[in-house]
Design a protein around this ligand. Sequence first.
Ligand code: 5RP
Length: 223
Amino acid sequence: MTQDELKTLVGQAALQYVVPGEIVGVGTGSTVNKFIEALAAVKDRIKGAVSSSVASTERLKAIGIPVFDANEVGELSVYIDGADEIDGVGCMIKGGGAALTREKIIAAQARRFVCIVDESKKVDVLGKFPVPVEIIPMATQRIVRQFAALGGLARLRLKDGAPLLTDNGQQILDVTGLQIRDPMAFESAVNQWPGVVTVGVFAHQCAQVCLLGTADGVKTLTY
Ligand code: 5RP
C-alpha cells in the first residue's frame, strides 16, 4: 500500500470517533485532508467543526460543514489530527504544516486527541523530524542560540525565499539535532523561553488514541 493509501485508511477510520450531533475538532495536513474527505459522507450528522488552520477551514466549508470559532464552543469530545512523529506513549512532534499553535489550542479544548498517521511516523524517541517552533521574530537569534546550547540547529522556515508566515502572522524555526527523551520537560522548558509562541512537541496535549496505518490495516493504539 502507498503512503497515500494508508493516509486514506486512517482518515476513514477516524470517522468512528466523531460524535453525532456534536462539533468535531479538525487538524491540518495531508492525512487530515483524507479525514475531511471522509467527513463529507456524514456531514449532516454533525453540528460542525472547529478548525486548526485557514487551509482546513476552507476545505471544511467547501464540503458544506459549518466552521465555528474556538471561542464560540465549549469542550469538544474529540480532536482529530495527524502528526510528524508519535512515540510509544502518544507524545508527538507536530507543526510540519505550520499550524502547531492552533492545533495545540484545539487539542487542549478536547477531551480526546485521536492521532491519525501512517506507520512511517511511529518512533521510539522524538527528534528525527525537525522540531517546529512558532516564534515572535524579534526573538529569533536568541532562540537560535538557546537551541544551539542544547545541541540543536534552528533554521528559519522559508516559503518562496522569504520567511514563512503562519496563520497567526508569526514565523517558524525548524530545529534538527535533538533527541527528545523527556518530551514533557522539553515542552515545558521551551515554552517558557521569551518569544516562543508554541513549541511543536505535544506532550501535555498528547494523543489518547493513535490510528496507525500499516500494511496489515489500521492498528488502534491507546495511551
Ligand atoms: C500540521 C501538522 C500535521 O499534522 C503534520 O505535519 C502531519 O502532516 P501530514 O498528515 O501531511 O503528514 O502538524 O501543522
